[in-house]
Design a protein around this ligand. Sequence first.
Ligand code: KDG
Length: 318
Amino acid sequence: TGAVVTVGETMLLLSGTEPGEVAELEHLRVDTGGAESNVAIGLVRAGVPATWVGRVGADPAGDRVLRDVRSAGVDVVPVVDPDRSTGLMVKERLHDGRTRVTYHRRHSAASALVPEDVPAGLVERAAAVHLTGITLALSDTARATVHAVLDRADAAGVPVSFDVNHRAKLVDASTARGVYRPVAERAEVLFAGDDEARLLLGLGDDEGTDEDLAHALAAVSRGPAVVKAGSRGAVAVVDGRTLRRPATPVRVVDPVGAGDAFVAAWLAATLTGAPAETALDRAADAGALACTVAGDWHRPDPAALHRPGTPDTADVHD
Ligand code: KDG
């Protein structure tokens, strides 16, 4: 098969090595993260080639981003923007146990993504294309890039995967639906958290069970829909059938990146011909495993699945 192609922003990630706020910490760990490159890395680990198109600044943070994604085995198509900086994300583990993520990404290099950044032939030769709501929310030109990729995928008959990945700090809930919905309608597979599903469907808080949401999403997308419901597990609707999978219990260190690992495992399984039940099992395990390591994409130890703890994968993005 060809590669899975994805486009998005990957940032330098500075994270506290111990609980506390940046205001009081002495050390921060240098890392990188971005939803789309996280998925690409997960795909490569599952044996499926992946290409990530990313725009970074001509700066040391950009060098680090490109190096990290490349060294995980992803084929990187870099666009280096001399006029803008690489985005930055700060992650703190607060004293009350919550994780807080702060972005420094307004007017970043990646928010200047343009359709021409995605080389001719790349989408057309892909096994699938994976897109997220984050890229849609970065800027008008980044949104145009996502739509151009969609059009090209459509024209070439390449399936599209879409993960809503709503980031309230990038787009407010009132406009978000109109931003995500047109892409969701063109996706062959649609992923959403339960709250994201409600946002996309225009439902109120707590309206609809995970099953209801998955069925409603499957009516929006062109194919399966998968609701990632954190500690409640996941529900997929595939050809009208409902598949339910409880969360795999693990000791949670850092839930950021779990959704990306989930998506990567689902895509890798389905693209290599596995049945949807297997895809959902692998996705749930991969999402759980991703919670057992600090960082957004670092390789977890599979043995952690056999050292269960509390499956608390609360979203930290609002
Ligand atoms: O899904 C994990 C991502 O949220 C993280 O790696 C950073 O891309 C990111 C974002 O925009 O939050």
